[in-house]
Design a protein around this ligand. Structure first.
Ligand code: NAP
Length: 243
């Protein structure tokens, strides 16, 4: 990938998304750091700009059509194209839930955030990505949603735990495969990454989670693939994962 790519990251005011922005900025991308709270996006963008990057903070709530449409209009007017879309926003790792009892409102909220949000943003940004010579879409999923998991994470390995989260991430991975198949032959590569168990909450390092820089690096790898790179794959650290 060339430098000065225009890269949009969702849910980027903290955690993996923020670190993806930092790493993309270091590599020379113009980074659009988005968050549902504009003040948080602006503050995080200012911090990365101080470190030497070109980073713009923008408001983007992946669950809100109007917010997504406004972000499209802003990117269109300022750049006329988008090279990289990282669908990172997500959460609701419902480790204490079981499929038989989890509240349906919670399931809906989780699917909206982890699946439909990424789907909505992707559909809206596609016209701008089609203007790029090197379009890349990276969906941040999880091995928790993989049938063939490993290291304690997977649909079967986790037993009944985290049903809403796991199902939403299985579906996000499936969406990636469908979209990649549709876009094969275009300039847009679409892949899905599991960053691995990453220390984005207090105490996680002590429990064995890996540093945020490593989890984010996994995502950045897929954002910076060369034109002959893979599409429709599920990866961690540049290596294929079974799902
Ligand atoms: P995190 O620290 O909880 O951050 C989640 C981000 O998503 C926050 O910026 C949050 O914004 C944002 N978000 C939530 N709903 C949103 C919405 N409707 N619109 C826009 N942004 C929204 O999570 P993380 O650990 O960095 O994880 C990032 C991604 O990696 C997630 O998709 C997660 O499922 C995936 N993942 C993480 C791990 C891990 O071990 N950490 C492992 C596998 C996969 P607010 O600050 O406003 O809430």
């Amino acid at each position: 990938m060339n430098d000065k790519s225009i890269a949009l990251v969702t849910g980027a005011n903290r955690g993996i998304g923020l670190e993806v922005c930092r790493q993309l900025a270091r590599r020379g991308s113009v980074v659009l750091l988005s968050a549902r709270d504009l003040a948080k996006a602006t503050a995080a963008a200012a911090e990365l700009t101080q470190q030497g990057g070109t980073v713009h903070g923008i408001a983007l709530d992946v669950s809100d059509d109007k917010s997504v449409a406004a972000a499209v209009r802003w990117i269109e007017s300022k750049f006329g194209r988008l090279d990289v879309l990282v669908n990172n926003a997500g959460g609701n790792f419902d480790i204490a839930n079981q499929a038989s009892t989890v509240a349906m409102d919670y399931v809906r909220e989780t699917l909206e955030m982890n699946l439909i949000g990424a789907w909505r943003v992707t559909q809206a940004m596609l016209p701008l990505l089609r203007q790029s010579e090197h379009g890349r879409i990276v969906n941040v999923s999880s091995q928790a949603g993989a049938f063939d998991g490993a290291g304690g994470f997977g649909l079967q390995l986790m037993g009944g735990a985290a049903p809403a989260y796991a199902v939403s991430k299985t579906a996000l991975t499936a969406l990636t495969v469908k979209l990649a198949a549709e876009l094969r032959g275009s300039n847009i590569l679409v892949n899905v990454v599991c960053p691995g168990w990453t220390a984005t909450c207090p105490g996680a390092v002590e429990q064995g989670a890996r540093p945020v820089a490593e989890g984010a690096g996994s995502v950045v790898w897929a954002a910076m693939l060369p034109d002959d790179g893979p599409t429709g794959g599920f990866f961690r650290d540049g290596q294929p994962l079974r799902w």
